[in-house]
Design a protein around this ligand. Sequence first.
Ligand code: GLN
Length: 254
Amino acid sequence: MNYKLTIGWLFPELMSTYGDRGNIICIQKRCEWRGINIEILKLDLGLKIDDLRSCDFLFMGGAQDLQQKIVSEDLRKKREILKEMIEDNVPGLYICGAYQLLGKYYKEADGTIIEGLGILDLYTENPGENSKRLIGNIVIESGIMNHELRQNTLVGFENHGGRTYLGKNIRLLGKVIKGFGNNGEDKTEGAIYKNSFGSYLHGPILPKNPHFADYLISLSLKEKYKKSVPLSPLDDSLEWAAHKAIAKRLGISI
Ligand code: GLN
């Protein structure tokens, strides 16, 4: 059988920092190497509802506050569709600014509120200009992946002023081993709601975490074809070397 996934890349021009576009390349290549066809739809300002609806996997990266505000206004018009898709288990990965946007609100350093889409039970506040940004490499432990290597760590690079706090109706993506994560206080990182994943991990996250990339591909195939589609193994030696190198910089041996 010929499998195909349509990837919706939300706001590639405005929401893409610290290598976020590498996530799209990673998903595309890992699928193509296995003979899975990939179509990438770039969904920019004024995106068409039908294009959004046709996606099997959604990705949106991070941005500075200015871009986040523009996107928040545009996306508000499509909020119901996006909410419907997320509630219907369409898999998605939302990094940093995108993750914040799916929550209730983001309070900027000067106190201005950027309304979120209110789809995920979380909110984000930047404590003010005198507070430090949460910057650096990060390692977290996540229980979501049942990878053959039993590798449960995720590594990445974070750079955010906002502190995110999770509500009761959402699970964390992982626990911080080294780094800041959601808010630098409670050791949580990211969030999971149905098949949607929010995270502060740029870097980009997927090439350095091939088990997570495959997990998202599997989820997308399963949702679309309503059955488990086995993924043939790939030579991930370089990817795991990158993963381990980041952990090693933080004094963690994997
Ligand atoms: N503007 C947000 C913050 O600083 C998001 C930054 C980002 O996406 N890297 O918290």
